[in-house]
Design a binder for this molecule. Structure first.
Ligand code: BES
Ligand code: ZN
Length: 640
């Protein structure tokens, strides 16, 4: 709403609004986000991020120097963060984000101890740290320690790793959890370079979203450098018994010794993905691209930490069938890491673009038909999500309004899939010969910038639609971005391979034996389409027949297993319970946990059964997954 407004208003009309916004503090009265184009004379861009206490338009952090000791026994990171400042307005207070941090002292570049104050704790935003500075203060150094409960950090006992002998630690900073392990301006509208010294037990290796070692250091001391400016949510650290394997010119894999060979085999195509993406969207700007395969409690499929994607081991299917996830995280090297959503309301600029890019990369590698299968599965997810949220829910809009909420709540398939289908609709409207250079220029011209939805729409109109003589209204651009639900010009992928799957499913429903179906050349994606399209009500005999023909309950493919368990649990198929319990107690990927606990809850006697499994599983989950499942199961409210 307000964004549509500011997009249409000429600059002069915006000035009174800007004065007003500058007069309010960033949070009180929650002023509408007001963005001054960065080419406006004499103006630094101002983006009000409702999820940060920082006021970077006054003083911005430009570089972070981190010095940390990693203490597994105390589950604590302790040390110093030195922040280099760009003080644009002779400000005398620096505002930072912290959550659950023990701030012990702050020093200034002049050697003086700086006065500091922590504000009240907000459950989502944490505490504002205000540091007194001089107009000419060039840096401050904060001495601090994390809490054992720091939400970004998961400390794993040896039993939770593949090797079983050494502890492990990893961080997950997106969206606003970096502030639980580093005091900084935790908003994607601020970018900074960093270096770090990290001390760990000498038998372990440390890795960051930076230039990384490939072998263990003798003394447990690691030095890192990240020379490209990144937003805080891309800060990442992992420590464990890790090994490196190269899989090509600039690509490699890190994992525990017990996993690393399997991981390197599965992810070998990474080396091909990089040049494929470069042909489409311009040079890869980050030096190396490595993937760290984490222990199974990693709460996401992947996280695009620059130079070092973090990934779940549930993509190791043994047949390279789930590597689109790597194409996705690699894709963020353009959409997200290079051109970054300015606030979490603009999340679709990261994820919708990246799903689009992911499918283009997979098309380069495996052909159009393969990418169409991915798109078709994505469309089904999108329709289900929109149906769950309600087609008129504000959360089905691409541009979100997440002020006063946890940004996590906006991170649904809408940003991913509606975003990707919006770009596909534009691609189809103008043709690839116009669209591909346009997207490439968007990345090139906004490299290392944080961008708003409004900026993209302006660029789209000026650089693509107007020159092509296309009317944005005819394409329903505003309905896509600011309206709920799914616009009528939603593209509809229809891979021929899925038509054959539909025919096989129909034949089975009509009485053909499962064993006799023509499934010999099916990939994971055909299986997913087959299972997701099964009728809602199936008899125990039918489920048993499918299971014995195709071995679903015993599947080692995490995607197929999840899709099957959802069908099986919904029909109270007994063997599924043990399989669900095994899966839920051995991995913590939220995308699988949420629907599976949901299916357990919906089954007869479900709440008790779900709680019994969760009680066992919960200590092994990362805080991100725990938060979601606690809420689903009413964990905090139970009587015992
Ligand atoms: N950046 C996201 C993960 C994320 C999003 C973490 C929001 C925290 C908050 C990552 O790129 C991602 O989208 N991962 C997906 C996999 C992808 C193939 C869709 C996931 O983890 O499932
Ligand atoms: Zn993503």
């Amino acid at each position: 709403m307000s964004s549509t407004l500011s997009r249409r208003l000429p600059l002069a009309a915006l000035l009174p609004l800007l004065v007003l916004a500058a007069a309010c503090s960033s949070r009180s009265g929650a002023p509408a986000p007001v963005v001054l184009p960065d080419d406006a004379p004499g103006a630094a861009q101002r983006v009000d991020d409702p999820h940060s206490w920082a006021e970077p338009w006054d003083v911005a952090v430009t570089h972070l120097g981190l010095d940390l000791d990693v203490d597994f026994a105390a589950r604590q990171l302790a040390g110093t963060a030195r922040l280099d400042l760009d003080n644009r307005t002779a400000a005398t207070t620096l505002f930072l984000d912290t959550r659950d941090l023990d701030v012990r002292a702050v020093r200034r570049d002049d050697g003086e101890a700086a006065h500091f104050e922590l504000g009240p704790a907000d459950p989502v935003l944490g505490r504002r740290l205000a540091v007194a500075i001089e107009p000419d203060t060039e840096w401050v150094e904060i001495e601090y320690a994390t809490s054992p409960a720091a939400a970004a950090v998961q400390w794993l006992d040896p039993e939770q790793t593949a090797g079983g002998e050494h502890p492990f630690l990893f961080t997950q900073s997106q969206a606003i959890l970096a502030r639980t392990w580093v005091p900084l301006q935790d908003t994607p509208s601020v970018r900074f370079t960093y270096d770090a010294t990290v001390r760990v037990p000498p038998e372990l290796m440390a890795l960051m979203s930076a230039e990384n070692p490939t072998t263990r250091s003798a003394d447990g001391v690691y030095r890192f450098r990240m020379p490209q400016a990144i937003p805080s949510y891309l800060m990442a650290l992992a420590v464990g018994d890790l090994e490196f394997r190269s899989v090509g010119r600039v690509a490699g894999v890190y994992a525990e010794p017990a996993v690393v060979e399997r991981a390197a085999w599965e992810l070998e195509e990474t080396d091909e993905m990089i040049p494929a993406a470069e042909r489409l969207y311009g040079p890869y700007r980050w030096g190396r691209y490595d993937v760290l395969v984490l222990p199974p409690s990693f709460p996401f499929g992947g996280m695009e930490n620059p130079r070092l994607t973090f990934a779940t081991p549930t993509i190791l299917a043994g047949d390279r069938s789930l590597v689109a996830l790597v194409a996705h995280e690699l894709g963020h090297s353009w959409s997200g890491n290079l051109v970054t959503n300015a606030t979490w309301d603009d999340f679709w600029l990261n994820e919708g673009f990246t799903v689009y890019v992911e499918r283009r990369i997979m098309e380069e590698l495996r052909g159009r038909e393969y990418a169409e299968m991915l798109a078709s599965l994505g469309l089904r997810d999108l329709r289900e999500t929109v149906a769950e949220l309600g087609a008129d829910s504000p959360d089905t809009r691409l541009h979100l309004e997440l002020a006063d909420r946890d940004p996590d709540e906006g991170m649904t398939d809408v940003a991913y899939e509606k975003g990707a289908f919006f770009l596909r609709m534009l691609e189809e409207a103008v043709g690839r010969e116009r669209w591909d250079p346009f997207l490439r220029s968007w990345f090139e011209e906004h490299a290392f910038e944080s961008v708003t939805t409004t900026q993209f729409l302006d660029y789209l109109n000026d650089e693509l639609l107007a020159p092509a003589g296309l009317d944005p209204d005819a394409l329903q651009v505003d309905a896509w971005v600011f309206g709920p639900g799914l616009p009528s010009n939603l593209p509809e992928p229809s891979p021929a391979r899925f038509d054959r799957v539909d025919a096989a499913r129909q034949a089975w429903i009509a009485g053909e034996l499962a064993d006799a179906l023509p499934t010999a050349d099916w990939t994971t994606h055909e299986w997913l389409h087959f299972v997701r399209g099964l009728p809602e009500d199936l008899s125990p005999r039918q489920l048993a027949e499918l299971d014995s023909a195709f071995g679903f309950t015993a599947s080692g493919n995490s995607e197929i297993l999840t899709a099957w368990l959802l069908v099986a649990l919904a029909n109270d198929y007994e063997p599924a319970y043990a399989a669900a319990e095994r899966f839920l107690t051995t991995m913590g990927r939220r995308k699988f946990l949420v629907p599976l606990y949901g299916a357990l809850l919906a089954a007869p006697g479900g709440h008790q059964r779900a709680l019994a499994i969760y009680e066992q599983a919960r200590p092994g989950y990362h805080s991100v997954s725990r938060g979601t499942i606690d809420e689903m199961l009413g964990w905090g409210d139970r009587e015992n």
